[in-house]
Design a protein around this ligand. Structure first.
Ligand code: CA
Length: 222
């Protein structure tokens, strides 16, 4: 599950990102509305979290723009302004839920989970050949057989499948899955690819994970 967070206050953004990462969500963060808009319209997210007070375009306007772009991803609005007016404006702009700062992280997580469970996401089943991955139920199958994956393996497979046919460099994969984890050595990507191969490719055909020499990896059906 990949979440976009648009929040300019560094400590709030850091707190949210850390908390969500601990819950095994992948979080991309932006500190302003313009970058947030660019990210929301070029990457497929499962949830977008917008702060209302941003240095450039505000969260309400940003939400309207994103929804006008025909992006169906649910939006959770955050704001320090606890007024009926901003709540109504936020919901009118297409936001799916609303949370007033400061909030208890448990409540925030409950809202995140509720939004991620919405039926529009049920169709977000990823499929390449006879390999399927359901991000909502956290389930991977090959040839109809459930494959047991650790959280990191699952995140890696989801990333490869979302980028089906696209060659991903080790650096890109590392940044996406391990992010700020400075203690992790860079060959962790190769190690996890080999774990995944054992589970999803070894006893099946066709092989889906391909090595691109000196570059990285690609998941494709050939
Ligand atoms: Ca703010």
């Amino acid at each position: 599950m990949r979440i976009l967070l648009v929040e300019d206050e560094k400590n709030v953004a850091g707190f949210i990102k850390k908390g969500l990462t601990e819950e095994f969500y992948t979080v991309d963060a932006s500190v302003n509305g313009e970058d947030g808009f660019l990210m929301a319209t070029t990457t497929e997210y499962d949830l977008i979290i917008l702060d209302i007070m941003l240095p450039d375009i505000n969260g309400i306007e940003l939400c309207r723009r994103i929804k006008n772009h025909n992006i169906k991803t649910p939006v959770l609005m955050l704001t320090a302004v606890d007024s009926i007016e901003s709540k109504v404006k936020g919901l009118d702009s297409g936001a799916d839920d609303y949370l007033t700062k400061p909030f208890a992280f448990e409540e925030f997580l409950a809202r995140v989970r509720a939004l991620l469970r919405r039926p529009t996401l049920m169709s977000a089943l990823l499929k390449v050949s006879d390999l399927t991955l359901d991000p909502v139920r956290h389930e991977a199958k090959r040839g109809g057989q459930i494959i047991q994956l650790t959280w990191k393996e699952f995140a890696l497979l989801e990333y490869l499948m979302r980028n089906k046919g696209r060659v991903l460099s080790r650096t890109k994969i590392f940044d996406h899955i391990w992010g700020d984890d400075l203690d992790t050595s860079s060959n962790v990507v190769d190690v996890y690819i080999s774990y995944l191969r054992d589970k999803i490719d070894k006893n099946y055909s066709p092989k889906l994970i391909h090595t691109v020499r000196n570059v990285g990896y690609v998941l494709r059906e050939d």
